[in-house]
Design a protein around this ligand. Structure first.
Ligand SMILES: [Zn+2]
Ligand SMILES: [Zn+2]
Length: 90
């Protein structure tokens, strides 16, 4: 009889714990201000966004929309390829 009571209490506590986890502010996407869909976490700074939101943001600039951490490789030196092409043309 007593055992049954204890089991019930634990079940209630687990249910409450689950509810508090669901209210975690970390599930909100700072780009669309909605709940994160297909959660994608940036490996350097740990900020999370919807996959589609992050894709769109990275198309503009490959930086974290929250802390401006730089991601991806910016190809700012196309000259070696350009000179090769020139050589090919001549
Ligand atoms: Zn989003
Ligand atoms: Zn960040």
């Amino acid at each position: 009889m007593a055992q049954r009571l204890i089991t019930r209490t634990i079940a209630n506590e687990l249910a409450e714990f689950g509810t508090s986890l669901g209210a975690d502010s970390g599930t909100t996407c700072t780009i669309c201000m909605g709940e994160i869909v297909e959660r994608t976490t940036l490996d350097k700074c740990g900020h999370s966004f919807c996959r589609t939101c992050l894709d769109q943001a990275f198309q503009v600039k490959q930086v974290c929309p929250v802390c401006r951490m730089v991601y991806g490789h910016m190809m700012v030196e196309p000259s070696p390829i350009y000179s090769k092409l020139q050589h090919f043309i001549h």
